[in-house]
Write a protein that binds this ligand. Structure first.
Ligand code: GLC
Length: 475
């Protein structure tokens, strides 16, 4: 069996801020069937989940960085909760915080560069002491410099042979750092310094695209989009195209199973319509809204990427004229967007429910109860919500971008959802019209629901694709 170490800053249920946490927490379950044993290492944060687990000591050593000496301690999870080995790297002073990326004001931690470099170096320092792994799989820019250090830093020459895979979950975040940060890296030959550079800065993502043995994005369309962005990085994706591929994410269909889901009000038995109506009734009762209306859910980070501003515009315009739809919004993020969503709810109390929070349980309930789920993303590397919604017989409404384009063909082409081209208020409004038209034909809705729950979007298929890449880089 090939043994892969996933190196990440998130892994559900230990620490999750977004979809990357879901991916890193799910993919390892599915790899063994394709002949790959996958372990995961993340920093040891002060999250509730991490705090209540039983950890076993693995290794301890010190790390000198930016004039500070840190003690790094690696621990492994004992319990059977996860069926893959999970390691945490405890670096006191840098990661023993209750959140993953942001401080209490919602700002990025000021010592971001130091934290990520410390984590990356400590993982490689561990591998110098003991290394049971064949391949290193790095996720997003926070672990991107590993691909450089292992190749070019003198101290890591003994493990230089280990191939690296780099997966991009969100190419908007690149780990752009000042050149002064170079002093935090172990020594390397000056002639290699340019590899770290993009447009005059150290760039974690660009470095990894150059150095990794293989680069993946989380959908084929997103990989193509990276080659044609209106920014210079697109040239890099074009020149590295021969070692790059997009692999569509999957979902954990054990955790997302409407027949067994303990977080929802009514589990799926034989009737899909009963499943939908009972869950809708329960949600409507809990949040005091009219269950006779069509319910469109939105779940996600409040960020311009996700098109939340467009939703506010389109929903206001719709509700000025009509009231056949109830909009349920669950999420949190940008403070201005949170404010706009609250105002929308105050203004249209009878047609809008806003839950400004991050809640796994409420999310499961909204998937189960909604008739439709909308994703008006400006860009979407993969998106997972469309898969969760299909599993729960909720019709996706998506903008044709990235993974959404790859996974939701339009009902006009005998597909799975309602799709639109532009990230605009007009396109969303037109989709709402299509929702009303579709919804007036019960038998079409029913057959679409039947079709949605039959889709297999589990990780099984994509795990095979990753396993081929691991084999490939091992020659
Ligand atoms: C990021 C992307 C999302 C993707 C997820 C997991 O959150 O924005 O599109 O599904 O990572 O790869």
């Amino acid at each position: 069996m090939i043994h892969v170490l996933h190196i990440s800053t998130e892994c559900y249920p230990a620490a999750k801020a977004g979809g990357m946490g879901d991916v890193v927490g799910a993919l390892p379950h599915y790899l063994p069937k394709s002949g790959v044993l996958a372990s995961v290492i993340i920093p040891k944060y002060k999250t509730k989940w991490i705090a209540v687990q039983e950890w076993t000591f693995v290794q301890s050593f010190s790390l000198d960085l930016a004039g500070n000496r840190y003690t790094c301690t690696i621990e492994q999870l004992e319990s059977e909760t996860l069926n893959f080995p999970l390691y945490v790297m405890d670096i006191k002073g840098l990661f023993d915080r209750s959140s993953i990326y942001l401080d209490t004001d919602g700002e990025a931690f000021h010592d971001e560069a130091e934290r990520y470099i410390a984590f990356q170096r400590s993982v490689l320092d561990w591998l110098l002491l003991e290394n049971p792994f064949d391949v290193l799989h790095c996720h997003d820019h926070m672990t991107g410099l590993i691909t450089f250090m292992i190749k070019y830093c003198d101290v890591y020459q003994p493990i230089k042979h280990l191939p690296t895979i780099f997966t991009i979950h969100n190419g908007q975040y690149r780990g752009i750092m000042n050149w002064s940060v170079k002093s935090m890296l172990p020594s390397f030959d000056e002639k290699d310094a340019g590899i770290l550079d993009w447009d005059g800065h150290i760039n974690g993502m660009a470095t990894a695209v150059k150095c990794a043995h293989y680069v993946t994005t989380v959908s084929p369309t997103y990989m193509e989009e990276m080659k044609y962005l209106p920014d210079s990085i697109s040239l890099l994706f074009q020149s590295e195209a021969n070692k790059s591929i997009g692999i569509l994410n999957g979902i954990d269909d054990v955790q997302w199973n409407p027949k067994k889901d303990a977080m929802i009000d009514y589990q799926l038995k034989t009737s899909i319509n009963r499943f939908k109506s009972e869950n809708k009734r329960a949600l409507a009762q809990r949040y005091a809204f009219d269950a006779n209306r069509i319910v469109i859910g939105f779940i996600g980070r409040f960020a311009t990427q996700k098109g939340v501003d467009l939703l506010v515009e389109a929903y206001s315009a719709y509700l000025e004229a009509k009231n056949a739809i109830h909009f349920f919004i669950l999420g949190s993020g940008d403070k201005n967007l949170e404010h706009d969503i609250r105002r929308l709810q105050e203004k249209y109390r009878h047609n809008v429910t806003a839950v400004i929070a991050y809640s796994e349980k409420t999310a499961h309930q909204v998937y189960a109860a909604s008739d439709y789920l909308i994703m008006p993303s400006r860009f979407e590397p993969c998106g997972l919500n469309q898969f969760y919604s299909m599993k729960y017989a909720t019709i996706p409404i998506v903008r044709k971008t990235g993974g959404l384009k790859d996974s939701v063909p339009d009902i006009g082409d005998d597909g799975l959802g309602i799709t639109f081209e532009q990230a605009s208020k007009e396109d969303i409004l037109y989709s709402l019209q299509r929702v009303e038209a579709l919804h007036s034909n019960k038998s079409n809705v029913n057959s679409l629901r039947e079709k949605l729950v039959k889709q297999n979007n589990s990780w099984t298929k994509s795990a095979k694709a990753y396993s081929l890449i691991y084999q490939n880089v091992l020659g």
